[in-house]
Design a protein around this ligand. Structure first.
Ligand code: DQA
Length: 259
């Protein structure tokens, strides 16, 4: 399944890792401002972290905001993410509303990718994947651990499970406690990509210790990384423009083996 996902004119899974800037505004006015800033940034995609939005409990408000955001963003592919508190998000919603929200948003066809958490019930994940397919939306299936880094074996299993459930892009974010944890995240990513042939992938070790993983994805197999526009959405995220410079530097020096 190691393939290339094409969203608008961005190819995820080939060339240098793509840079995604998160939008974290709580009001429509701040989201509009962020979308304007992102238009000027050297980033490839945008993520709307809707768990930061004050209108998140109204599907109509979310749809309205989505239309507005889309009209400002000049064709950059959009990832729609509701991040539950247990996985580092701002608030918690029940499973039924999570499904209703994501399904309604996919049906607008105003998003290119949607983030679905691996911790959700399997049956719900499969239903969301079916809705995504019907609406030509790609699915990221994600898992986050803000406290620790699981064993490399467990991380491999999590990514393979995400792919088995129909995810187009498995994603894993973990918190390293030592340099061995950072290396374990990288090794797990390499193993899923090279030994199991599954990809594209998005992985990162968070915090300062993990920052190298946000820069060096092309070396070990992560195809997309998050860089801050107005504000960071996770520990260890650096400014998207600085991130892009380092990614391009690494890319220019990569041997042809990864071309
Ligand atoms: O899952 C992720 C990755 C992330 O947590 C990071 O560490 O950059 C940032 C989030 O906005 C995104 O949804």
């Amino acid at each position: 399944m190691n393939r290339i996902i094409r969203v608008k004119d961005v190819s995820i899974g080939e060339g240098p890792p793509k840079v995604c800037a998160p939008m974290v505004g709580s009001m429509l006015s701040s989201l509009e401002e962020e979308a304007g800033i992102i238009n000027e940034l050297a980033c490839d995609l945008v993520e709307w972290r809707v768990d930061y939005f004050s209108g998140v409990m109204s599907i109509d408000s979310v749809k309205e905001a989505l239309k507005r955001i889309n009209s400002i963003l000049m064709g950059k592919p959009l990832i729609f993410t509701f991040r539950n508190k247990a996985e580092g998000g701002q608030c918690e919603i029940d499973a039924a509303y999570y499904q209703e929200l994501l399904s309604a948003v996919m049906q607008t066809r105003l998003v290119d990718l949607v983030d679905v958490e691996l911790a959700m019930e399997e049956s719900m994940i499969r239903e969301l994947v079916t809705t995504a397919r019907k609406n030509q939306v790609n699915v990221i299936i994600s898992s986050h651990d803000f406290n620790q880094t699981p064993s490399a074996e467990k991380m491999v299993q999590q990514m393979l499970k995400a792919a088995e459930l129909g995810g187009d892009i498995p994603k894993l974010a973990v918190m390293p406690r030592c340099s061995a944890d950072v290396l374990a995240l990288m090794e797990a990513t390499r193993c899923v990509k090279e030994d199991h042939g599954v990809g594209p992938l998005i992985t990162m070790a968070m915090g300062g210790l993990g920052m190298i993983s946000r820069l060096a994805g092309e070396v070990y197999g992560s195809d997309l990384t998050f860089g801050a526009a107005k504000a960071a959405s996770a520990p260890g995220q650096i400014a998207a423009s600085e991130l892009q410079q380092v990614i391009q530097l690494i890319h220019q020096n990569m041997p042809a083996i990864n071309e």
